[in-house]
Structures are given as C-alpha cells and as structure tokens.
Design a binder for this molecule. Structure first.
Ligand code: HAM
Length: 423
C-alpha cells in the first residue's frame, strides 16, 4: 500500500470542519482590522529564501525542499510566508498604494524537519503582515490580533514572550560583547556551551546546566544595549500592550529561527503542546524588503501554525451540516417493467431542482432498497425524505415527526421551503 510521505497528513472531512471554523475566525478577526487575503505560489526562486530568511539559518541550511526546474533554475517549496509576501509587495508595486498594506494568508508551508507531534513537513499557517508602517501601534495591534485569534479558538495555557532585537548593528556589537563575556567565564560554562561560543553565543542563555545558568545571570543583555530610538519604540509597544490588557513576559533570550527580524520580536507558547510549544510568533522586519531588492520599507507581522492551534484549542463550536431533503426512490412494478428509468430520472431532477431552490439535497446513489435509503437519510440527519415511486408523485416524510403526505412532485420543494430551512 502506498502511504502519504512521512511528516505529512491527510485532512479528512472530519478534520476539515475544525479547520473551516479556524479559517472563519481568522478571516473575521483580520478582515475587521483591514487585512486582505493574499496567496502566493507554493514554490519560489531559492534565492528569495536564501536572501530573505538568511543563509545561516537552520531553515535555509537544512530544511528546504529545493529542486531544479529542469531549466537550471533552483526552486524551493516555501518554508515560510513573509519573504514571498514581501516579494509580491515589491513585484506588484504595492509601495505605491496607501500605506501600510495589510495582508493575511492561510497557506501550506514545507520544512524538512524531523516529524513529531505538532511538527510536520507540510503544515499550514495563518499569517498577517502589515507592510509600510514603522509605528509601534502596528506591532502592538498585530500582537493583539493574534491574541484575539487564539482566544477565539480557545487556545489555553498561553504565554507571550516579548523582546526587542534593535538593529543589526546593535546586535553585532552586542554579540561581540557577549562572546568576550563568555570567554572570560569559560571555566564556569558547560562543555557544549563552551564549544559553541563563537557559533551561537546566545544559546548559552538556554542552557539547563546549573553553573552555566549562574554565570549567565550577570551576562550582558541585548535589551540593555538598545539604541535610544529602538528602546523608545519598544517602550511604546509595551505601553500599548499594557493598555490592551495583554500579559507578556519580557524575555531577552527569545530567539527565532529567521534572520530578518529587527526591533520587536514575540512568540506565543502553549503549555498544552509539549516539546513543540510555539503556537505562533513574529516581529518587525524593517530591512527585509530592501534585502530582496525593494525600497526600504518598515514592516511587521506574524504567523501561527494551524495544526498547533488546533492541538491546543478547545472544542470549536461547529455548525452541524444540514440536509434538508433526501430523495429516495421506490420502483413500482409498472416502472420496473420499463426498467425503473422514469422514477430515477424524476428523482434526479428533483434533487437538482431542490438545490437550485437553495436547499441542501442529496440523492440515493448506492442502489439501496427503501429501508436502507431511510436508514441512510436518518444517518445524514435529513429533515425530509421524498420517496419517488411514480414519475409525477412523491411521498414526503418529515423525519422528526414521521408524518408523511402524498404530494405532486412539483409541490415537494415548495413544501420543504415553506417549513423553513436553517441551512
Ligand atoms: P515561524 O516561527 O517559523 O515563523 O513559524 C510560525 C508558526 O508556524 C510556528 O509558531 C508554528 O506554530 C508553525 N510551524 C513552524 N514550523 C512548523 C512545522 N514544521 N510543523 C508544524 N507547524 C510549524 C514564520 O514562519 C514567520 N514567517 C512568521 C512571521 C510572519 N514573522 C513575521 N511575519
């Protein structure tokens, strides 16, 4: 038997309902705030991610599905949505539109990661990007919108980690200072931290080793080194979040796997998720558009994993699918003599007409006997069953009460409509 590739999954009809509810909430919350839907291609020029996400990141180094298009051009299945949305912004001259341009998406992404609960090789994200605003209100509003979405979905046990990265220049100077500090305290550091001082000095903050943790307590923090305007921007974002009643943990050790961030950085985690606790995150990326060849444009945004949100979500109130009418057939002896064709044609036409009239209607398609058809209608929770046994007539049965009446075929739809339909 051929199976779906490792790390991928099928969205079966029973899963589709919860995903539909999630999409409904995302659209409602984001479009109310002026975000408009965008979808970009599933693959892009590899260079977009190398330049946008960053050559040195794990994503670009190890996790991309890259292939040759047959003509010597390197393409990559998108591992994330921010670089593609920025590419579309530049390509379509959206910088000429009134700013900011606010876009949202719900798309699938691809990363060659080791699969586990909440981590897949093809997964979906809801994302929002506000391009062309440098205001702290844009950062704060985006964070509030993600908080609202998670709240609407019933994602609980949440923690918001918040930090600021300042500018790349500040970061480079800070990195050098941190490396000096780590070197000066080398004897107190765990061997694996010591081995990575040059490669990834920030990792030292994540160590669970006691002596390392002790040494890191007085290590310099990037938040204390921010330039005045970056610090001011961050203070404003925090003030707005405080006003909005959004709780957060200031976390100077927050790191995210993408290189494009400047200033604000954030991530929502849910304790319900286990190891892959990141539900959604993002930040400001004021240099990205310039890096991929556009005009210098401030921007920020976030993306949240659909599967992780659903794993951590409560019960989503789902609308029961409604079936107004089930069209059954019963072939009479005289019709059978004519091959049963007339009755079945009449039933087929009745189901079509019912749908054209706005009803949810299904036709018997599995050749069941009458008893089997009624059972099937019951399983589908049909409100009415029309049993067509002669071309011009039907017996209309109201399933809840069991009442039934003989009607002319032309009256059936009218009768079901008259009773009102909740669809
Ligand atoms: P990210 O943190 O890499 O950010 O991904 C966002 C979310 O996608 C994660 O929090 C997680 O829920 C989900 N996710 C990531 N990888 C996987 C996976 N392998 N399986 C299942 N879910 C996954 C970004 O992608 C940025 N583009 C966010 C952003 C938008 N920043 C600014 N604008």
């Amino acid at each position: 038997m051929i199976q779906a590739p490792r790390g991928t999954f099928d969205v079966l009809p029973e899963d589709a309902a919860r995903r539909g509810a999630l999409e409904h909430h995302a659209r409602r919350i984001l479009e109310r705030a002026g975000y408009r839907r965008i979808e970009t291609p599933a693959f892009e020029a590899t260079e977009l991610f190398a330049r946008g996400v960053g050559e040195a990141t794990d994503i670009v180094q190890k996790e991309m599905y890259t292939f040759d298009d047959g003509g010597g051009r390197s393409l990559t299945l998108r591992p994330e949505g921010t670089a593609p949305v920025c590419r579309a912004y530049v390509q379509h001259g959206m910088h000429k539109l009134p700013q900011p341009v606010k876009l949202w998406y719900l798309s699938s992404f691809f990363r060659a990661e080791a699969p586990q609960r909440g981590r897949y090789r093809q997964f979906w994200q809801v994302g929002a990007e506000a391009i062309g605003s440098a205001e702290p209100e844009a950062d704060a509003e985006l964070i509030v919108l993600l908080a609202e979405l998670l709240e609407a979905l019933g994602v609980r046990e949440l923690r918001l980690r918040l930090s600021s990265l300042g500018s790349p220049e500040t970061r480079a100077a800070y990195r050098a200072e941190l490396i000096d500090y780590l070197r000066a305290h080398e004897r107190q550091l765990a061997p694996e931290v010591r081995a990575r001082i040059e490669l990834n000095p920030l990792r030292a903050f994540d160590s669970s080793d006691r002596s390392t943790r002790e040494a890191m307590r007085s290590a310099p923090k990037l938040l204390d080194r921010l330039a005045a305007d970056d610090a001011e921007h961050f203070a404003r974002v925090r003030e707005l979040l405080d006003d909005a009643g959004i709780a957060y943990d200031l976390d100077p050790t927050l790191v995210r796997g993408l290189d494009y961030y400047t200033r604000t950085l954030f991530e929502f985690e849910s304790a319900r998720l286990g190891a892959q606790s990141g539900v959604g995150g993002g930040g400001r990326y004021d240099r990205l558009i310039e890096q991929i060849g556009g005009p210098r444009t401030p921007a920020c945004g976030w993306a949240a994993g659909v599967e992780r949100m659903l794993l951590a979500a409560g019960e989503l109130p789902l609308a029961e699918p409604v079936l107004d009418l089930y069209v059954a057939t019963q072939t009479s002896a005289s019709d059978a003599k004519r091959g049963g064709g007339q009755v079945r044609r009449a039933a087929f036409a009745l189901a079509l007409d019912a749908r054209r009239a706005g009803l949810a209607a299904q036709l018997e398609l599995a050749g069941r006997g009458l008893k089997g058809q009624l059972k099937q209608a019951d399983r589908l929770r049909a409100r009415y069953v029309a049993i067509v046994s002669e071309p011009g007539h039907a017996l209309l049965r109201e399933m809840e009460s069991g009442e039934q009446r003989e009607l002319e075929l032309g009256q059936v739809i009218h009768e079901v409509l008259r009773a009102g339909h909740p669809a």
